[in-house]
Design a protein around this ligand. Structure first.
Ligand code: CMX
Length: 137
């Protein structure tokens, strides 16, 4: 079951340059920069009262996010993320309706250790969607 909006994710060529821009122009502070080796991204968040902005840059040349930057060298919106109560149950439910859940079937986790999954963009109105199971959800 979908329970809320978690974040909007933007791929940027440089986290440091993006952080400076957000702070200087918009007064937004980014938090700690962390790396998710499994996903191949270096990332940080801007915390807003009702959701987060996620900034990602590739952490290695073969990162899936590198492909995105090849197509969009200046960066851009990569996906948005919906909170769900149970990733496996939600993925199983939508799969039964013909939705393609991406990946090799192995459990995938975000940088906070929460279970995540991605829905094929063509099965969600053209946008790449991440599903995220909140640890306390
Ligand atoms: N926007 C729109 N379409 C996209 C897309 C995007 N950002 N990324 C991929 N696609 C499309 C592909 O073009 C492809 O379309 P077709 O099937 O029509 O050719 C389809 O989605 C599947 O993409 P793929 O690369 O073939 O599939 P994979 O299973 O290899 O990988 C994905 C999919 C989205 C998981 C991977 O490309 C990716 O982006 N991984 C990074 C995931 C990420 O953002 N992780 C964040 C971690 C957060 C944290 O740690 O907190």
């Amino acid at each position: 079951m979908i329970t809320g909006l978690s974040h909007v994710s933007i791929v940027v060529p440089s986290l440091e340059a993006a952080a400076k821009r957000l702070k200087d122009v918009y007064g937004l502070e980014i938090g700690e920069v962390r790396t998710n080796e499994q996903q191949g991204v270096r990332m940080a968040y801007v915390e807003l009262p009702n959701a987060r902005i996620e900034l990602m840059e590739p952490s290695r040349p073969d990162s899936p996010v590198s492909k995105f930057l090849d197509k969009n060298p200046a960066g851009g919106i990569h996906h948005f993320c919906l909170e769900v109560d149970d990733v496996a149950a939600t993925a199983a439910g939508i799969s039964k309706q013909g939705v393609r859940v991406l990946g090799d079937g192995r459990e995938t986790r975000n940088v906070h250790g929460e279970r995540i999954a991605f829905v094929h963009p063509k099965d969600f109105l053209g946008a790449l969607v991440e599903l995220e199971e909140k640890r306390d959800g």
